[in-house]
Design a protein around this ligand. Sequence first.
Ligand code: NIG
Ligand code: FE
Length: 415
Amino acid sequence: MAKKIDLLICNSSNLVTLSCNGKPKAGKELQDLSIIKNGAVAVQNGLILETGTTRDLLKKYKNAKNIVDAENCLVMPGFVDCHTHTVFAGTREYELGMKISGATYLDILKAGGGIYSTVNASKESTKSELTKLAAERLDSMLQHGTTTVEIKSGYGLDYDTEKKILKVIRLLKKTHPVEIVSTYLGAHTIPKETSREDYVEMMLNKALPDFKHLAEYCDIFTEEGAFNIEETERILKRAKALGYKLKIHAGQFNDLGAAGLASRLGAVSADHLEFVSLEELNIMKKHGTAAVLMPGVPFFLMNGKYPDARQMITNGNIVALSTDFNPGSCPTYSMQMVIALACYQMKMSPEEAITASIANAAYAVDRLATIGSLEDGKKADILVMKISEPSHIPYYFGANLVSKTFKSGKLAAKF
Ligand code: NIG
Ligand code: FE
């Protein structure tokens, strides 16, 4: 007798499974989307029960409680946005005029703008104001097909405001349908009110131990005008000893050696990497540290400096993609747009960019065992798209091509 399962999504043109057996993809493997032609996916209790052809699964599960006809459209796993700064107040659209006049990101930061302006607005906002703003942003991300989002603190730059932001992230984790990974980025830049020495000591001795229950990861912006490599090493080592997993903002404008340092300490990912040496890429490869690339950032900052994705793929690094959603260097909700930029600005193929946005991005938040592909037992994070081919994602750039987003088998957005 046919089993009465919760959900069957059938009649896809192509079912992108991204099957990976728990391992991230590198080199030529990035090309392999593991497609089932005219595929279907069966869901029970929020998890994937089985994938197969529509013919086989319709026969087996014709009594499913809910049958969704994909009408010959592409079905694929949800995007994993593995690097964002989603909790903040205020906007920074006025920086465009400065950028057009030739000011760089670091010029704006040094002049007391940039991150500082977002910090001021976030300090003045209440927990509930920040929660409402962030929840609306997460709604938009779900509408654009993102089912898991890593969120960093970092717009507090003092103990209390960072704690407030981490609590907002915790509340969203409990209340919002999107899946959230939480990161403490107290080391986002040097606060105005404190000396850098005092701020680093405060993070080492007070914030890091106190926030352990609020954040899974510790991240640092290692850059001229932010934290130097010695401070980075102290903070990462302390965080590691306290049991945090590690991430790093490395080589966005200058290569200070942070990607190599963080990888040696076992960082799960090193992010940005516009400037990184081959030696560091080799250390990352050796330690299995993902290279998270965010081409929306050079696009929005108009500096024309994109990471060398081709070099990293040829070198065998685990390349992932992300938006870096934040108010100053990339306010986009769209992983589809990131895929287009990865193709047109970094010469990644559509298949490579899709793999990097889902399976490898899941690896970059240490979640590949439960998300990042349509494989039996994983969470049923599934997109029905308004296109038939994977390559249509970058082709129709700038459009939201999502028709339905399912998070853990539940319909979370539809158009
Ligand atoms: O990842 N580079 C540092 N942090 C963010 C930007 C934050 C901001 O400008 O508000 C980034 O690009
Ligand atoms: Fe960032």
